[in-house]
Design a protein around this ligand. Sequence first.
Ligand code: AMP
Ligand code: MG
Length: 353
Amino acid sequence: MRRFFAAALCAVLACGLTACSQGGEQSADFYAMDTTMNVTAYGAGAKSAVDETVAEVNRLDSLLSRTRIDSVISQLNAGTANRAVGMEVWDLLSAAEKYSAATNGAFDITIAPVVSAWGFTTDHYQVPDQSELDELLTHVGSAHIHLGEESIVTLDNDTQIDLGGIAKGYASDCVEAILAKDGVESAKVALGGNIYVRGSKPDGSAWRVGVQDPENSDGFVGILSLTDAFAVTSGGYQRYFEQGGKRYHHIIDPATGYPAENGLTSVTVVAPGNEEETTGEPGHGTMCDAFSTALFVMGEEKAVAFWRSGVYSFQMVLVTQDGRVLVTDGLKDKFEQEDGSGYAYETISRSPS
Ligand code: AMP
Ligand code: MG
């Protein structure tokens, strides 16, 4: 299994940092949204689809980043007046609000000032004072964002937004639309921890997507065999700093202002690709991204209850701090356990056993 991934990685590295073509395969490695990305597509429309994908993700980065001062989000964060943000951003903020309500505030883009206080926007990491966190938390909550007519958005004073928990998922929805437009039937897209696979591999088999072992960057807890699907992983191991022998990661619990410590080390959310006529609106990629962040915050019990409620259609893999891997039954035939990983594997079904 490891050899398979090492080989895949070598194939990616052999292409270098620019686009490359090999036997009908078109591929590009690029850096955007603060992470490394790859798109690999096959068939007639692959070349233009790969070029358009790189351009599209860069366009979204310029639009949605809050560390680029000229982005729409930075302008919104800097001002207090009403601002017309354009329907694309309005629709994304509206989706974020919906997922915030659905997760009882576990996913909340107004967490921005708290994320900054921990240093995750500047890389000047620190543990903030409780009094500072208490003050910042008074500006956190969906009620502080006002979505008006004609794409006007108003933020309450001192409220800011951070789309880091949802932007890559939205980008994957947009990339799916590009691949569909260009007639690409086989592709794999990795936008950091946000994966989208289109169709199957050129040889007709399913794409293999590794779920990383949060405790071992070279290892996997298992492999998902997917066709036409989004798979998004959130984990405290993806970004963190250490102080006084303690690890502080980048996924903040809006209830406390502290990095979420609810017993999970990673959450992977899986959902099918969008309908063929997708136009790149926030879809299943966006949902998977919002929910992977939210379920990580919620912890095992609430995440399982949320999945069982069936309000949203998705599957998940939870890795717990105490060494278990929980896989929902919709992934039963798609998830291959990693022999010798040391984890105990459990299947979660709709009704509690
Ligand atoms: P992800 O890797 O998708 O789980 O997103 C993590 C990123 O989302 C962080 O780096 C922050 O920018 C932002 N974030 C942190 N905590 C939250 C939260 N509770 N809700 C929404 N976004 C968050
Ligand atoms: Mg996310």
